[in-house]
Design a protein around this ligand. Structure first.
Ligand SMILES: NC(=O)c1ccc[n+]([C@@H]2O[C@H](COP(=O)([O-])OP(=O)(O)OC[C@H]3O[C@@H](n4cnc5c(N)ncnc54)[C@H](O)[C@@H]3O)[C@@H](O)[C@H]2O)c1
Length: 332
């Protein structure tokens, strides 16, 4: 298949790109490189364009005429979304709408969307099911919920069928070392911990050790980014016959405690990680994990890579020498 991947130069998107190439698909990436890295996509066709440039997006989708679009491109920093909600609604909602309208015009009917746990807000039940109330507590989560609503309306109108994949914490890196996590600022526990182990100088803090969990620290849902990529390809296949607007959690149903993450990271790195145990942080729930029962039923998907694999692949990436590849770039 010919796949158009927006945000394919970013962390999760670039893993999908390589999984799709490995599976024999023809992949074109559309990315404005605002947070992405062209050097992780050598020999992949890269269109450098912003989703807010409506005319270029319409021309690009019409020219490329993909079988399906996988839409990763978004701004995704919760704190920044509180300070600059305008940026988040414009980029994530208007950008998605430009893309969907371009698909409609070019008669492209299959869409896979990167949604997020943030659409649930403070979930009432755990593990979280897709039927849980959607009550996002920041503009980032609201922007993703708004796109899910757009998708429902576009499916009802018979324009675009879609699968929104709600993921929690993407983690790990490509087993072949072709891509990995590289955010600036980095806000995720695993890369922060591994960069500290590699000598970043950042002192780790473990917030709260008295939660009602197996070791007193918070439980969070980490899924290997290559497992996420696999779910995206399954969603594209599902859309060959499947219609409507599906919403599916990509979680482990179990999760790992923060202490388990830090201890396993120390094992992988070969030296125990140093961290300070401090008071709980306001607003951190004890357990945040997603049920993947629907992912299993609809897509036949469940996560295959465990915490050690997540940390080993991530560590290989973070301790790598810079590869310095150049991507091939085209314009629409
Ligand atoms: N990383 C996670 O743990 C996580 C969890 C849940 C959901 N998500 C979602 O998954 C997607 C990918 O996340 P990520 O961590 O890879 O982020 P990322 O920042 O690494 O990747 C996003 C990519 O989109 C591009 N982009 C952003 N706005 C654009 C625009 N207007 N036009 C063109 N390109 C644009 C960026 O340059 C970047 O390459 C996002 O939609 C995010 O909300 C990520």
């Amino acid at each position: 298949m010919r796949l158009l991947v927006t945000g394919g130069a970013g962390y999760v998107g670039s893993h999908l790109v390589w999984e799709a190439v490995d599976a024999g698909h023809d992949v074109v990436v559309l990315d404005d490189l605002s947070t992405g890295h062209a050097e992780v996509l050598p020999d992949i066709e890269l269109v450098v364009a912003n989703l807010l440039d409506r005319d270029r997006i319409h021309a690009g989708v019409k020219r490329l005429k993909p079988d399906a679009v996988l839409h990763f491109a978004a701004k995704s920093l919760v704190g920044e979304s509180m300070r600059r909600p305008d940026l988040y609604f414009r980029n994530n909602v208007v950008g998605s709408m430009n893309l969907l309208d371009a698909m409609r015009e070019a008669d492209v009917g299959r869409f896979v969307f990167s949604s997020t746990a943030a659409v649930y807000g403070e979930a009432e039940t755990c593990p979280i099911e897709e039927t849980s109330t959607l009550a996002p507590i920041n503009p980032y989560g609201t922007s993703k919920k708004m796109v899910e609503e757009l998708l429902a309306a576009y499916a009802d109108a018979g324009w675009v069928n879609s699968v929104a994949l709600r993921y929690f914490n993407a983690a790990g890196a490509d087993a072949k070392g072709r891509t990995g996590e590289d955010h600036d600022p980095e806000t995720h526990l695993i890369p922060i911990a591994l960069m500290a182990a590699a000598g970043s100088g950042r002192r780790l803090k473990l917030f709260g050790t008295d939660y009602p969990t197996r070791d007193g620290t918070c439980v969070r849902d980490y899924v290997h980014v290559s497992d996420l990529a696999d779910a995206h390809l399954r969603a594209v296949n599902w859309l060959e016959d499947g219609a409507g607007a599906q919403r599916i959690n990509l979680g482990s149903s179990e999760g790992y405690t923060v202490r388990e993450v830090l201890t396993t990271a120390g094992d992988v790195v070969g030296t125990p990680l140093q961290f300070d145990e401090v008071e709980r942080r306001a607003g951190d729930p004890a357990v945040l994990v997603a049920s993947h029962a629907r992912a299993k039923a609809v897509l036949g998907w469940s996560p295959e890579r465990d915490l050690r694999t997540i940390l080993e692949t991530a560590w290989r990436w973070h301790s790598r020498a810079s590869s310095g590849h150049a991507a091939s770039t085209t314009t629409t």
